[in-house]
Design a protein around this ligand. Sequence first.
Ligand SMILES: *Cc1c(COP(=O)(O)O)cnc(C)c1O
Length: 453
Amino acid sequence: MDLRRWLSLAVDSVEDWQSSYPPFAPHPCLEVSEANFKAAFETFAGRMRGNYPYFHPSYAGQMLKPPHPAAVAGYVAAMLVNPNNHALDGGKITSELEKEVVAELASMFGFLTHLGHLTTSGTIANLEALYVARELHPGLGVAFSAEAHYTHERMCGLLGVPATAIRTDDRGRLDLDALDETLATGQIGTVVATAGTTGLGAIDPVHDVLAVARKHGVRVHVDAAYGGFFTLLAGGEGSAGLDPLPWRAIADCDSVVVDPHKHGLQPYGCGAVLFSDPAVGRFYAHDSPYTYFTSGDLHLGEISLECSRAGAAAAALWLTFKVLPPTREGLGQVLAAGRNAALDWWSLLAKSDVLKGYQPPDLDIVSYYPVTEPASLAAIGQSADRILVSGMTDPQRPVFVSTLTVTADEFRRRHPRVIMDREHTKILRSVLMKPESATYVRWLHTRLEELAG
Ligand SMILES: *Cc1c(COP(=O)(O)O)cnc(C)c1O
């Protein structure tokens, strides 16, 4: 895998295509001298060195990693053309590529019919799903778990839709009795199930949520922005196999969101929303005088709240899926490595005297906290903060994790013997989304033990 060579392949292919048109000279106003560019680039590169090392397995803080080289080459090759997937005229070929990758995502989730498109982010993808939810059930509200991404509450506010948070169980999953009670009020039109919460990676029981929702005539949207690609491992052999029931139930839900820029090896700017009923496209109808739809084929701008979107994002995902398809043997292996890493770390935590597991990982996110004397929320939170900072500021062997704020009630339900002297505390959290984490778990664990001890 040679990024340098793949990038020159990308640039060559574009220049070759351009040279099939009559030559012309670039305008002098765009001219920049080599020296001028070099000086600017040097400053820029210097600034960029200040980043945390998202590429390195010692970085297990947030949901960050570099894109796959195939995605970079595809993105660059398309970006040099710079198509806009708003309309077929501006994104002639990349709109086709987008429809193809969206169909692949739909079949990954088992959708028999679908309407969908890429978005700039999971936030916008969820906004689109909630917008359709409002149009289909005007006047009714949206329910989601207390551990759902904060975007749902915010977007409900934006859309003027009443939002209801439902309590979670002792594994951070939507509580079904509470859901049933809320839906029985008749005030909810759509429930959001999260397949992989952002904090702990917990998977709501989508199959049970679906059954409760259908009983009340309520729609189901699945926010699988983070976890979606884990469906490739559902029901698989070995330790990386996930309970298939929640994942298989997505096929019967009304909409789903997945972020290729999280677990699909893409650069930022790539989310996706899929609806099972193509007829929802009617809610996007518009006929503005300045669009330039020149054919009867589907222009993606006709089914999207966003207008201009990077055709390059579709190209990058398309090329990535060509070399690492969304199958268990392809992209699934990338996810399996991270999940196995999380399970390995969990078993190391069980034997530790200085660190204790918070809740077993459902995906590739590990949660844990320092053993303190006294074993109180105040002491745990202080120690977690100190470990976070001393890890990331160590000049020799830095390590990057994150903290997660949890309530005393949530803590008590998992670890009842800890002294509840605060309403909240912070625990430690590690996201093992790089497959290289698998060979680095022992190092990470030992390093965190040193910092905790
Ligand atoms: C990341 C995430 C979002 C937000 O997506 P962005 O791509 O960051 O805008 C929404 N829901 C869940 C579950 C997420 O993990």
